[in-house]
Structures are given as structure tokens and as C-alpha cells.
Write a protein that binds this ligand. Sequence first.
Ligand code: NDP
Ligand code: 8X3
Length: 254
Amino acid sequence: MNTKIALITGATAGIGKGIAYKLAAENYKLIITGRRADRLEELADSLTNNFGIEVLTLNFDIRNRVETETVLKNLPEKWKAVEVLINNAGLAAGLDPVQTANVDDWDQMIDTNVKGLLYASSQLIPQMVAAKKGHIVNIGSIAGKETYAKGAVYCASKHAVDAITKGMRIDLLEFGIKVTAINPGMVETEFSEVRFKGDTTTAKKVYKGFTPLDANDIAEAVWFVLSRPAHVNINDMIIMPTAQASATNTFRNE
Ligand code: NDP
Ligand code: 8X3
């Protein structure tokens, strides 16, 4: 029976929530995080009721360094031995050319996708190093492999995730810690609603005329990488909808 502890950042929606359900089904003990406390509690209840697993909810804004460090430094004793860290919390804010983009959007993306990922990792890696085991899965993006118009800073933040993943893998090599990046193309979640700041009409158009990925497709991939034998690490995975060939080439029936 699996009794590993996994911590998933950004589990209140979309991909993180999908991963929580998949890992609960595989009997992990889960630490789930996010800013929306009500959603965390709802998810914890559902995971406990449906899978009988133990769940710890941690409600914090990953952009806030002090808050993130304090919460993760003070994990209850029985939750300290986190073996799997899923760095998933992230977002795109806006889709604008650099000449007119909102600098607050840039801050939000860099503070969440890059600095937040680092703040959480910095608290959880030392105990993995001491235990000489662990697996870090960073949710990157096709935007970390390509750069598209009006997405300079989101793409930069995901290119940073790509570089951080490679750097972590090198630094943690001698401790036997696995590091994987999962890089999805378009996944229908709350991502576009967030990017377009609640404009659901524009958000829906992103996924019109083709079948996008869903959160469970990514959760299945996460489970695949986690369930490889001890001597196998999946470094990097790019997962696209069949109808999407690159960040900007999507075949739509409309
Ligand atoms: P959602 O908007 O559905 O979920 C995003 C999650 O991140 C939420 O749980 C949200 O929680 C959390 N989050 C955002 N900002 C913060 C913050 N400041 N502090 C703590 N948690 C935060 O989007 P997705 O599920 O699609 O996105 C998950 C990851 O996948 C992101 O890193 C995204 O860049 C990446 N990705 C998404 C793709 C897509 O097409 N959807 C494709 C490729 C990568 P809360 O708001 O409660 O804090
Ligand atoms: C999210 C997918 O194509 O909007 O990372 O960059 S995309």
C-alpha cells in the first residue's frame, strides 16, 4: 500500500485538482495548496470521502515569500516527509504585445510561475536531500519550448521553469532525486478565464473547434512518470491535443 506524501501546489482548480484525484486514487497522502480556502476544504472532503486518504490543506499565496516559507517550514511532524512535489500553481495574465502589456500582469506571472515555484521548492528540497529520495514534477508548458505573439512574459516564465527543471536535475543528481517537467499544450481548465480576467466568451473561443486536453490527461502523465521504476526518470514530456501541432498551429473545424 502506497503511503507516500505528495504536495500539489495550485490544487483548487484545473490540472492540480486533476492530479489530486489521480494521486488520491493511487493512495497517496496529499497536501493540497492554493489561495481559495473554500475550494481546498471542498476538495479535501471529496478526496477523503471518495478515496479514504489523509489530506492536509494549506491556504497561502505562493507569491508571498514569507507566507510560503512559514507555512512549509511548519508542516505538522507527520507531514514533513514530502516525497513528491508537484509544482503546478501558475497562470497567464493577459495576452498583449510587450509595447502595451500591463506591468502588473508581468509581475504576477513571474512572481507566481517562477518565484513561487522556487519559494516552495526551497522549503521542500532540503528534506528530500537529507532523505536521499524524492521526485519533483514541474508543470511547464509548450510556452516553455516556443515563444508566441503577445505571450513574451508568460513564455519567458515557462522557459524559466524549463531551465530550473534542468538545473534542479543536475544539482540533485547525487541525491537520487528525480526531476521531471511535464509541458502541456492547450488544456481546458480555468486557465483562459484567468488569462482573460473573467471574460468567459473570449476564454471559450480558445478551445473552439477542436478537442483540447483535459486535466485528467495531464494527471495520467504525472502518474506515469511517478510510477516508473527507481532507476528510470522521465526528464521531459510534451503533451499536445491531437489537433495542436505547436503553440500556434491548431486545426479547428469551424
Ligand atoms: P487553473 O487556473 O485552472 O488553475 C491554476 C491553479 O494555480 C489554481 O489552483 C490556483 O489556485 C493556483 N494559483 C494561481 N496563482 C496562485 C498563487 N498566487 N498562489 C497559490 N496558488 C495559485 O489553470 P491550470 O490548471 O490550467 O494551470 C496549472 C498549471 O498548468 C499552470 O502552471 C499553467 O501555467 C500550466 N499550464 C496550463 C496549460 C493550459 O492550457 N491550461 C497548458 C500548459 C501549462 P488559487 O487561485 O486558489 O490560488
Ligand atoms: C498554456 C498553454 O498555449 O496558452 O501554457 O501557452 S498556451
